[in-house]
Design a protein around this ligand. Structure first.
Ligand SMILES: Nc1ncnc2c1ncn2[C@@H]1O[C@H](COP(=O)(O)OP(=O)(O)OP(=O)(O)O)[C@@H](O)[C@H]1O
Ligand SMILES: [Mg+2]
Length: 254
C-alpha cells in the first residue's frame, strides 16, 4: 500500500487536490482510503458527507483508547475503522479524525496516534492500493511524526514568498521523517514562472513541480457543494489536477 500526504500553508489547495486525485484514482479501479486529519473536516464535506453523519475519532477518543488498551489494534482495528469512516459512492473509504471537542481540551496528539495505528492496521490488513492523508495547515502533523516513511509528500503552495516559506519548512520536516519523495504543486498559478519561482524558493527540482491555474470553476464547484470532476469536467483546473495526479503516480512508482 502506498501512502501519501498533502502539506502546506492554509488555503493552498490541499483538500481540493486530494479530493480530485482520490476520486480519479478510485474511478480507475484503485482501492483508496483517505484519512481526513484536518479538524475542519473539509475533505469529507467535499464528498458531500455532512459533519454530523459519522462519529469521529476525537468524539470517541476515550472509548477508543480503552479498546486499544484492552485488545490492541490488531483485534480492534477493523471495528474502529468501520465505526469512524464512511464509504463514498465511488468506493473511497474516508476516516474522519474530527475536531477538538471543547475549549481547553488540549492537543490532537492522541487522535493523531490513533490515525497512525489505523494506518499501520490498514497497511497490514486492509487490501488498499493507497492511503491518502489530508492534513491541517502548517507543519504540526509532521511534527507529530504522522508521515514517517510515507511514499510521497505532496507539497502544495501558492506562488508567493510566504506560502513558499511554509512549504520549504514542511518539506524539510517530511525529509526528516524519511518520506521517500516530494513533489510540489503550485496552486492558483497563472504562468510557468510562478511554478519555477516557487520550486526554487521551496528547494525542489523544477521537474518535480507542476501548476494548477486559478479557476472560477473550482470556486463554483465548492459553492455548489459538487465535485469538480463531476460539475466541471472540462475545467482548466481539472486538466492541471490530472497532470498533478500523474506526477504523484510517478513519484510513488505506479
Ligand atoms: N485552482 C483554484 N482556483 C480557484 N480556487 C481554488 C483553487 N484551488 C483551491 N481553490 C479554493 O481555495 C479554497 C481553499 O482550498 P482548499 O480547501 O483545497 O485548501 P486547503 O489547503 O485544504 O485549506 P486548509 O488549510 O484550510 O485545509 C477553497 O475555497 C477552494 O475552492
Ligand atoms: Mg484542507
Amino acid at each position: 500500500m502506498k501512502k501519501i500526504i498533502a502539506t502546506g500553508k492554509g488555503g493552498v489547495g490541499k483538500t481540493t487536490t486530494l479530493t480530485t486525485v482520490s476520486l480519479l484514482m478510485a474511478r480507475e479501479g484503485k482501492k483508496v482510503i483517505v484519512f481526513d486529519t484536518d479538524p475542519s473536516m473539509n475533505l469529507a464535506l467535499s464528498f458531500g458527507i455532512p459533519y454530523d453523519s459519522v462519529s469521529t475519532i476525537t468524539e470517541d477518543k476515550h472509548d477508543i483508547s480503552h479498546e486499544l488498551e484492552d485488545n490492541g489494534i490488531s483485534e480492534s482495528g477493523k471495528q474502529i475503522l468501520e465505526d469512524h469512516s464512511v464509504v463514498t459512492p465511488d468506493g473511497i473509504r474516508i476516516v474522519i479524525m474530527g475536531a477538538i471537542q471543547h475549549g481547553g481540551d488540549g492537543c490532537l496528539c492522541s487522535a493523531i496516534s490513533v490515525i497512525k495505528m489505523l494506518l499501520d492496521y490498514v497497511e497490514e490488513n486492509g487490501g488498499y492500493d493507497i492511503a491518502i492523508v489530508d492534513s491541517q495547515a502548517g507543519p504540526e502533523i509532521l511534527g507529530r511524526g504522522l508521515a514517517a516513511k510515507f511514499d510521497c509528500n505532496v507539497v502544495l503552495s501558492e506562488p508567493t514568498a510566504k506560502s513558499s516559506e511554509v512549504s520549504r519548512q514542511v518539506k524539510k520536516l517530511a525529509d526528516d521523517l524519511g518520506v521517500k519523495d516530494t513533489i510540489l504543486i503550485v496552486n492558483k498559478a497563472d504562468s510557468p514562472s510562478d511554478v519555477s519561482f516557487t520550486a526554487q524558493m521551496v528547494g525542489i527540482e523544477p521537474y518535480k513541480a507542476t501548476g494548477i491555474m486559478f479557476d472560477r470553476d473550482v470556486v463554483m464547484a465548492d459553492r455548489e457543494g459538487k465535485l469538480l470532476a463531476d460539475a466541471y469536467p472540462d475545467s482548466a483546473a481539472l486538466a492541471d489536477l490530472k497532470k498533478a495526479k500523474s506526477m504523484i503516480e510517478t513519484a510513488i512508482g505506479w
